[in-house]
Ligand binder design. Sequence first.
Ligand SMILES: [Zn+2]
Length: 500
Amino acid sequence: MRAALYLRISKDKTGEAEGVERQAEDCRALIDAKGWTLVETFTDNDTSATSGRRRPGFEALMAAVDRRAVDVIVPWNADRLYRTPADRLRVVEACRQNGVSLHPVRGTGIDMTTPNGRMVAGMLGEMAWAEVENKSERQRRANRQAAEKGKPWLTGPRPFGYDRTSGTLVEHPTEGELVRQAFSLITSGASLKSVTRMLNEAGAHTSLGNEWRHNNVRVMLLNPLYAGLRAYAEMPPLGSKETARSRPPAEERQLVPGRWKGLVPEDVWRASVAILRDPSRATNVGNFSAVRHLGSNLFRCGRCADMAAAEKRSGEPVMGVNYTNPRRSGERGHRIYKCKRCHMSRRADPVDAFVSTVIAARLDRDDVADLVPTNRISSTEVAALTHEAEELRGRISVLPDMLADGDMTRDQFTRANRRALDRLTEVEAALTRAGGSHVLAGMGGPGTGERWLTSEDLGWRRAVLAALAEVVLHPVSTGRPKKGEGINPDSISFRWRGDS
Ligand SMILES: [Zn+2]
């Protein structure tokens, strides 16, 4: 193990300065006793960690951790290394991400070499986050007040599709239409690649003047700004470099109505988000575990559905995907859908084949559009839902102030907040379902089924499936299926969205 020694010399009244040599000796003794190799010593001289002044030694140490040049940091005690919550968070997160342990001479550290140690590191990380978040509560509040007023961001690059005029956003004369086209393409099954091509062929550039790339397009389509909504921005925790990764995506944060006009309705934006955020979508950045399954997190469990119906409650867990263990060496395990609650499972390949055939046949009919309930949700109803979402967001945003001003008790706040959030979740789900009609726009008729079957865009295939029907998998008797045995059609039910 490559060890780095960290020393901080502070000339405070306790006479620590004299103790530094002794500290260094203690650290070296520990490194020797463990059989580690001392590769570098980082020292900060006469600087207080709490003053916020730069500590070159600390920064150099963090850089060494980030490039994984060390395996273990040895300070005399952890307080030498960090005195502010932000520093602690930085150290804990850097250690966790790079698998670097922290082993102070005195006190507890972080052991990244054992599963238990890593678990403790995770908990320390959570605590460090909480600590920092409390600290930055004041900034977040200030930021939320700005967001409540729905002001657009006035710093950073101009959002594509808009001009920034007198403190707000105004549709750009040519780009606005391109944005609408981009949304319409993605909801009708086009790949990000073809949307990117469309933008580049139209001669459009990002607002930074660059050629469009998939990821820019994806980021754009996920932005609530285009639905006239502003995400309440969490302040990045102080001193953290890992903000983007640890913050929830914009569309999952609290949304407030913006003071500008959206380029697309909220339900269209939600439909795009549903497609782009689909866990199975191969193009999802950083989603290495993305496997291509038609029904994971989509198909529902029939056994749990029956139980729920008997107990007159809602809630049917979705089916995840697992692989069975190979029975003998050399035999490959097969894919199964498995209920996340009751663990009922079905072999996935025959289920997918059967469901695909049924869906494709349905898509070939001319009346696909009639099957979608959103066609029965009139545009006035969508408008009413949108309006209700706006009101709820407004209400949610004033609650903290009422609590702070003593207009309500903590209990009242919690209840009111919960109620409003629950309803908002329902309304947003209804809007996402309404957005499903956009996914099916222009579909139906001979050839549609084939197009759906052969599409390589699994995210879109799943969005179409979800817009058309809810698929419920019922338990079948265990035991190995006989060769050539087909699937029992009764063991899979389709709840077509149009049937009410
Ligand atoms: Zn179940």
